[in-house]
Design a protein around this ligand. Structure first.
Ligand code: NAD
Length: 513
């Protein structure tokens, strides 16, 4: 039932409300915000209000920062092995509650249960990786840089760090952030998406159950005001952001001006180049999955297909296959794709499709008027395919972030690569081919951070990093992997001398001898 959603605090005031109110987490306590303003969290398949998320007050935000600041000294001095063991326990607890987490994601975000499980799993892998933090954050050592003098560097935590999340991966993206940050020895303030904050709260409950000390992880809710407060607060040293370019560039600018480190993963327009020599069956299946999975609301969704030469005729087969996909509430076992996140999102997507039609694209498949029996109020859009799209069209330039595939044509591999490279975004790009020479040329010349070769959604596992580029990323230390550890640590370099010290004074710059 709705009232037992937040299991650790059943007696608290936020659970006695109807609908329940999502708590903040401040200094180890799940607390109801005193704020009188709140936003409805809406099930996108039914329009039911699942819960309410408060616009956390400034005093509460400050209390979260103080809690994180106070927790830092003892947490950074907690042995790395102890910090790792909490992650080891956390990964076990996430596995235990995987279905519960997935169900919450489907309810608040709309994606299918199977896809929601994947959302949790891809985040879980970051927790697993954080269990090896002692090795990941190792420093460097050079003995005898001069007679009797050694130099070594160590990676130390920064202090209080913060994370600001988007709606599309309610578990994976918080898990890209806080496990790496806290295992490095930082304390953390998480600001989940106001559209689907439930998974963050459940993950925080698990982190507490795993033994994370009070104040190490804090959660505050809200929108622009709280984000600005995070950017401005001098106690916060670094911000991890994932979301749109509008918010990301604002946060990058505002927080950088305050001297903070920022890593900002933003929007995308990922292209798939289809070569006529590719395996047609496998390629079409990959395009369907990557274009329409999660209703196109993945930052690595393959939203634009460039058909090269004779592969152009495959678009008709693509349309036939797309017609076979089942649109339904994510909770229904037969659903291939669920609703989009909000009414506003649906309107925006439909408007962009119409703008394509108005500027001369061909609408080969139109999912805009779909009605899902039993879920008539849901924000559903069926698979939609536009062909003959050109680079000047708004539907090409803007990120659509819905179940819409944009199809373009190119005469050659060269032309196709030029199309991709002229796009402002650089998150991911894939090629489908059986030619090694073609694949190699693509891999070398393409300007995108994450490259797929016969792989439609090349999201790297956590021992690599998530490496979007161009307008899809701001900052210089990417998420997770080695770069993520570097983002959440700073280097201290120590030069030590242990020898019988010589007599005499020299004021010249020391040189090694
Ligand atoms: P969004 O930018 O609307 O919201 C993200 C976060 O920023 C939320 O927590 C929100 O409260 C806050 N926010 C929004 N507008 C703000 C403003 N003007 N000032 C301050 N804070 C603001 O993004 P979204 O709609 O939740 O997520 C979808 C976007 O995220 C897409 O563009 C998608 O490509 C991108 N995304 C990127 C990646 C990646 O790794 N590159 C991953 C997932 C999603």
């Amino acid at each position: 039932s709705a009232n037992s959603r937040f299991s650790t605090a059943t007696e608290s005031s936020f659970n006695r409300r109807t609908p329940p109110r999502v708590p903040n987490l401040i200094g180890g306590a799940f607390v109801d915000s005193k704020s009188t303003s709140a936003i409805d969290v809406i099930n996108p398949a039914t329009q039911e209000v699942v819960s309410q998320v408060p616009l956390t007050t400034n005093e509460e935000f400050k209390a979260a920062v103080v809690a994180a600041k106070q927790a830092f000294p003892s947490w950074r001095n907690t042995p790395i092995t102890t910090r790792q063991r909490i992650m080891l326990k956390l990964q076990e607890l996430i596995r235990r509650d995987m279905d519960k987490l997935a169900k919450n994601i489907t309810t608040e975000q709309g994606k299918t249960l199977k896809d929601a499980n994947g959302d949790v799993f891809r985040g879980l892998e970051v927790v697993e990786h954080s269990c090896g933090m002692a090795t990941l954050q190792m420093g460097e050592y050079v003995p005898n840089v001069a007679n009797g003098i050694d130099t070594y560097s160590v990676r130390e935590p920064l202090g209080v760090c913060a994370g600001i999340c988007p709606f599309n991966f309610p578990a994976m993206i918080p898990l890209w952030m806080f496990p790496v940050a806290v295992t490095c020895g930082n304390t953390f303030i998480l600001k989940p998406s106001e559209k689907d904050p439930g998974a963050s709260i459940m993950l925080a409950e698990l982190a507490m159950e795993a033994g994370l000390p009070h104040g190490v992880l804090n959660i505050v809710h809200g929108t622009n005001d709280i984000v600005n407060a995070i950017c401005d607060d001098d106690n916060i040293r670094a911000i991890s952001f994932v979301g749109s370019n509008t918010a990301g560039m604002h946060i990058y600018g505002r927080a950088s001006a305050k001297g903070k480190r920022v890593q900002s993963n933003m929007g995308a327009k990922n292209h798939g180049i289809v070569m006529p020599d590719s395996n047609k069956e496998a390629t079409l299946n990959a395009l369907l999955a990557a274009g329409f999975g999660a209703a196109g609301q993945r930052c690595m969704a393959l939203s634009t297909i460039v058909f090269v030469g004779d592969s152009e005729s495959w678009v008709n087969d693509l349309v036939e296959r797309a017609k076979g996909l089942k649109v339904n509430a994510g909770i229904e076992p037969d659903a291939d794709l669920g609703p989009v996140i909000s009414k506003e999102a649906k309107e925006r997507i439909c408007r962009l499709v119409q703008s394509g039609v108005d500027s001369g694209a061909k609408l080969l498949l139109d999912g805009r008027n779909i009605v899902v029996p039993g879920y008539e109020k849901g924000n559903f859009i069926g698979p939609t395919i536009l062909s003959d799209v050109t680079a000047d069209m708004e539907c090409y330039k803007e990120e659509i972030f819905g179940p819409v595939l944009i199809c373009m044509k190119a005469d050659s591999l060269e032309d196709a690569i030029n199309i991709v490279n002229r796009n402002k975004y650089g998150n991911g790009a894939s090629i489908f081919t059986t030619s090694g020479a073609v694949a190699r040329k693509f891999q070398t010349e393409i300007e995108a951070g994450q490259v797929g070769i016969n792989v439609p959604i090349p999201v790297p596992l956590p021992f690599f990093s998530f490496t979007g580029s161009k307008a899809s990323f701001a900052g210089d230390l990417n998420f997770y992997g080695k770069a993520g550890v570097n983002f959440f640590t700073q280097i201290k370099t120590v030069t030590q001398q242990w020898k019988d010290l010589p007599g005499g004074v020299s004021l010249a710059m020391p040189t090694s001898q």
